[in-house]
Design a binder for this molecule. Structure first.
Ligand code: C2E
Ligand code: CA
Ligand code: CA
Ligand code: CA
Length: 277
């Protein structure tokens, strides 16, 4: 038994070392990843629940590391946040997303673009100014941009609320992402100029008739509507969820049932076939 314990301890510390080595490698390579064009933005359609028209695209970041291959955002975003690389990466994401939306407008596709923003970005001195500058440079009207923030980002002390206020006055829309998983967020719904809330996909994934998830989705939708907000459900994967969410009055739907996040060429193909319908 002694031997086994020792071996287990060995593999444990080796696993731990491997994990730390991987983190260090990824953290080191984040910034060169931009220069070396290893990042790509994908876009997932968000549809109006009634008409099922595509009204918005959420941009989602993808990283293909030269040695380790595809790294999921849940792994590299936290590393980018702790190393501050998210500031530069986030700027790149905003620029690419606005440029893409402007291009689509020129092609006759009027869709908004939604961009995920980290708390670290929001706390930068010039976040609001950077966003406004990007809108100027790309020529995208502010009304066509929505920033998705999590409750932790909006609630953090510091500059966040001020930047949010400024951007809203400029015409940029703000969505509260992953709604329902944070804490004491309700008072912030009153204080902050938010236009929409996204029900966390944890409540949507197992949504069926008669579940407590349905009660939660119903309550969030009503709350949102009473506060004059749009309510978006993400992680919609099947027809039953679509039916329930539409019945509950949810305004917008997003998920694999409609489309996965698409690469730029796939998005263009998707939009042109839908336009022809
Ligand atoms: P999120 O903002 O909550 O994005 C939704 C996630 O759900 C995306 O994962 C999307 O691909 C996935 N998803 C969409 N539809 C479905 C569905 O029907 N079922 C399931 N199971 N999943 C679905 P992804 O792309 O892996 O992104 C994960 C998280 O990484 C995002 O969660 C967001 O928090 C973060 N992230 C992604 N791109 C960026 C970025 O550019 N900047 C920042 N700061 N964070 C980002
Ligand atoms: Ca999001
Ligand atoms: Ca979300
Ligand atoms: Ca999330």
């Amino acid at each position: 038994a002694k031997q086994t314990d020792k071996q287990q301890a060995m593999t444990f510390s080796e696993d731990r070392k491997a994990r730390i080595d991987r983190q260090l490698l990824l953290e080191r390579d984040l910034l060169t990843g931009i220069v070396n064009k290893q990042f790509e933005l994908h876009f997932q359609p968000i549809l109006a629940a009634e008409s099922l028209k595509v009204i918005r695209l959420e941009s989602l970041l993808r990283w293909k590391h030269p040695l380790l291959g595809y790294i999921p955002p849940v792994e590299f975003i936290p590393l980018a946040e702790s190393s501050q690389a998210i500031v530069e990466i986030g700027y790149w994401v905003l620029f690419q997303a606005c440029k893409a939306a402007k291009h689509l407008h020129n092609e006759g596709h009027t869709v908004q673009v939604a961009v995920n923003v980290s708390v670290i970005q929001l706390e930068q001195d010039h976040f609001a100014e950077d966003v406004i500058q990007i809108l100027h440079k790309t020529g995208l009207p502010p009304e066509q941009l929505e920033l998705e923030m999590t409750e932790s980002a909006v609630m953090s002390f510091g500059r966040a609320p001020e930047a949010v206020q400024k951007l809203t006055e400029y015409g940029v829309a703000i969505a509260l992402d992953d709604f329902g998983t944070g804490y004491s967020s309700l008072s912030y719904l009153r204080k902050l100029p938010i236009q929409s809330i996204k029900i966390d996909k944890a409540f949507v994934t197992e949504l069926t008739e008669g579940t407590s998830d349905k009660t939660i989705c119903a309550a969030i939708t009503q709350l949102g509507h009473h506060l004059g907000l749009r309510v978006v459900a993400e992680g919609v994967e099947n027809a039953e969820q679509v039916a329930i969410l539409r019945m509950l009055g949810c305004d917008e739907l997003q998920g694999y049932y409609f489309s996965k996040p698409l690469s730029w060429p796939d998005l263009l193909a998707y939009l042109s076939t839908r336009k022809a319908e």
